[in-house]
Design a binder for this molecule. Structure first.
Ligand SMILES: C[S@@+](CC[C@H](N)C(=O)[O-])C[C@H]1O[C@@H](n2cnc3c(N)ncnc32)[C@H](O)[C@@H]1O
Length: 303
């Protein structure tokens, strides 16, 4: 199996010390706003408004070495990280950004060896993150309706060398999920509530579902479907990220920020109870959710 290009293990750290080779993807860095992911192809030149770089001169160099364009401007070469592969993916859909992908991964509880169902594949940005975290012994089964999107996502996954950790599946996930006993089901599509019953069948007991939706209407329908289909511990969150500009005496939040991406709803599968008892459980859960947060230490003191 091919090594992923990320710095996640001793072996990969050793790989990271390797020099730039023909065929590698390299992040050419000018400043934080101007970075370019380029495949090292002999005989090619890379043109920017700050002059051009001859790729032949980069091949064989250490990552991080400064390189001068023909106009005398310094660039440097970085080994692309997971976030670079996500942000520089060739896009044909809206993608999940790293701030949301990080939380999705965390709430899903996945790790090396996990089996995960995802839909839709879209550009494959979230697939890239999931494939990275399940590692070579896990698998991401990703369902996509549109073949042209699937093809593009496959190219993105080949570029990050994560394709071996992914099984790409064509079709409408609202009609069913083939896998069973998976650790997590992760949804980013227009009608996640229609997939909830299939996710229940696919998940192992106590397995986790995570759904990303841009609108509150989708969140409400999904949450209702989760309550009706044997899921508990249901929570919806929104992650707002504010970048800082850091300069001595002038450090403050940046003026512009991304106002909204989407809401993340996550829940866990329980074994279904008889209808009446199940209703009772859900009522209890709603009541608990409305109570003020309890200080756990105080509760222990009282006990
Ligand atoms: C917002 S995009 C997903 C983007 C993806 N999470 C990423 O980070 O690149 C939604 C995708 O879901 C796909 N889709 C919509 N309904 C679907 C369905 N019923 N079954 C499978 N895929 C579906 C769409 O074709 C689209 O590619």
């Amino acid at each position: 199996m091919e090594q992923t290009p990320f710095f996640t293990s001793q072996e990969e750290n050793e790989l990271a010390n390797q020099k730039i080779a023909e065929g590698d993807y390299v992040l050419i860095y000018l400043d934080a706003r101007r970075t370019y992911m380029i495949k090292m192809q002999p005989g090619q030149t890379f043109h920017t408004h700050k002059g051009y770089l001859k790729l032949d001169e980069l091949i064989g160099k250490e990552y991080g070495e400064p390189i001068k364009s023909n106009l005398g401007i310094y660039f440097t070469t970085l080994k692309p990280a997971l976030t670079d592969y996500i942000m520089k993916s060739s896009r044909n859909t809206q993608i999940i950004y790293p701030k949301d992908a990080a939380l999705i991964v965390m709430f899903s509880g996945i790790g090396p060896g996990s089996r995960v169902v995802e839909s839709g594949t879209g550009t494959g940005s979230l697939t890239t993150a999931l494939a990275h975290y399940v590692g070579p012994t896990g698998k991401v089964y990703t369902y996509e309706l549109r073949p042209e999107f699937q093809k593009n996502a496959a190219k993105n996954l080949e570029r990050s060398k994560l394709i071996d950790h992914v099984e790409m599946k064509s079709g409408d996930v609202t009609l069913g999920i083939e896998e069973r006993d998976v650790n997590a089901v992760i949804l980013d599509l227009a009608v996640p509530w229609l997939v909830v019953p299939h996710a229940y069948e696919a998940l192992r007991p106590s397995g986790i579902i995570v759904s990303f939706s841009p609108t509150i209407d989708q969140v409400v329908k999904t949450t209702e479907a989760l309550r009706e289909n044997g899921f508990v511990f249901i929570e919806t969150i929104e992650c707002m990220m504010r970048a800082m500009q850091v300069e001595r005496g002038k450090t403050r939040p940046q003026t512009l920020m991304t106002g909204h991406t989407g809401y993340i709803t996550h829940a866990r599968k329980i074994l279904k109870l008889p209808v009446q008892e199940n209703t009772q459980t859900l009522i209890q859960e709603e009541t608990v959710a409305e109570e003020a947060p309890v200080d756990q230490e105080k509760v222990e003191e009282i006990a």
